[in-house]
Design a protein around this ligand. Structure first.
Ligand code: NAP
Length: 284
């Protein structure tokens, strides 16, 4: 049976480091602070925000909520982000998306300076991921995959990795992060020919395809490490990943569960980035 790579263990280790780093920052007079920008009153945004506030308190990170009305203009959002860019007391900014349709989301997201872009939403942050420089931050979910692999001690150098999915949020950045760790990376997508064969030849599989349990026994091979990024609701209403976990468990060496895998680690990565952003400040 495969090893189950539980997110909770990774979260515990990350959180201990975040608490220690935020304590050290406070001793130097810097209170690491996250601003959360929310437009409107969407229930899932509010519940994520409440969860983040609770987690932040446990980690010693301050949170400021900036709530704007549904009918906010692009200009108001740009102005709000410019204020947060200029505010030395704010180190990271999380903006809930998608924004309402009448707002120019590309203009708004690229207003944020990459130094405060702790969820990797700006083109400059993504350029930093591609150039392997600390310009901004990688998207948290992509980084969460790397934290899991690092925590469980999987060597990436020289290994064959297949990333299934090429979105800007996960697939492309995680491929670049794996490349930076010297893996040999294949980026697969909906037009990839013979996908089961391509996936079965990898040592490491990152499934970020957005299709419930698509990566099943036909795609998997003994010895593989499988990171399941997917969050889908199955026909019977259960939360499932992009990997058919039970089939995977009988074949591969290790696999992340859903729920309790990548998603669990993502919020800790967000706060790790806030503390890193505060630490990168000149004089901090
Ligand atoms: P997305 O933007 O829809 O991208 C999906 C990617 O999968 C696309 O590149 C698409 O290829 C590819 N794809 C779709 N069907 C395919 C098929 N049959 N064969 C091969 N490739 C196929 O999704 P996303 O935003 O990257 O999210 C991916 C998954 O991660 C979703 O389940 C989402 O819910 C989950 N997610 C998890 C977290 C977390 O914290 N764990 C956070 C965000 C998202 P093309 O480019 O060719 O269309």
């Amino acid at each position: 049976m495969a090893q189950i790579l539980k997110g909770a263990e990774v979260v515990k280790a990350l959180n201990e480091q975040i608490v220690a780093d935020s304590k050290a920052l406070k001793e130097r007079g810097v209170e690491p602070t996250l601003a959360v920008v929310r437009v409107g009153q969407r229930g899932d945004d509010i519940s994520y925000e409440n969860g983040a506030i609770k987690r932040a308190q446990e980690l010693g990170v301050a949170v400021r909520s900036v709530v704007l009305p549904d009918n906010s203009t692009t200009a108001l959002l740009v102005e709000t982000l410019e204020d947060l860019n200029a505010n030395p007391g704010v180190h990271g900014v999380l903006m809930f998306r998608p924004l309402p349709k009448h707002i120019d989301e590309d203009l708004v997201r690229n207003t944020l300076v990459p130094q405060k872009d702790i969820d990797g939403i700006t083109d400059l942050s993504l350029a930093g991921v591609f150039a392997n420089t600390a310009t901004g931050f990688a998207p948290c979910t992509a980084q969460a995959c790397m934290e899991i692999l690092r925590h469980y001690g999987f060597e990436l150098r020289g290994r064959k990795a297949v990333v299934v999915g090429r979105s800007l949020v996960i697939g492309k950045p995680v491929a670049m992060l794996l490349l930076a760790e010297h893996a040999t990376v294949t980026l697969a997508h909906s037009q990839t020919v013979d996908l089961p064969e391509v996936v079965s030849e990898a040592d490491l599989v990152i499934a970020c395809v957005g299709r419930a349990q698509m990566i099943n026994a036909d795609y998997l091979a003994p010895g593989q490490v499988v990171i399941d990024v997917g969050i889908n609701v199955s026909e019977d209403g259960a939360l499932v990943g992009d990997v058919a976990t039970q089939e995977a468990e009988a074949i591969v060496e290790a696999v992340t569960p859903v729920p309790g895998g990548v998603g669990t680690v993502t919020t800790s990565v967000l706060f790790k980035h806030v503390v890193q952003a505060a630490t990168r400040l000149p004089g901090a």
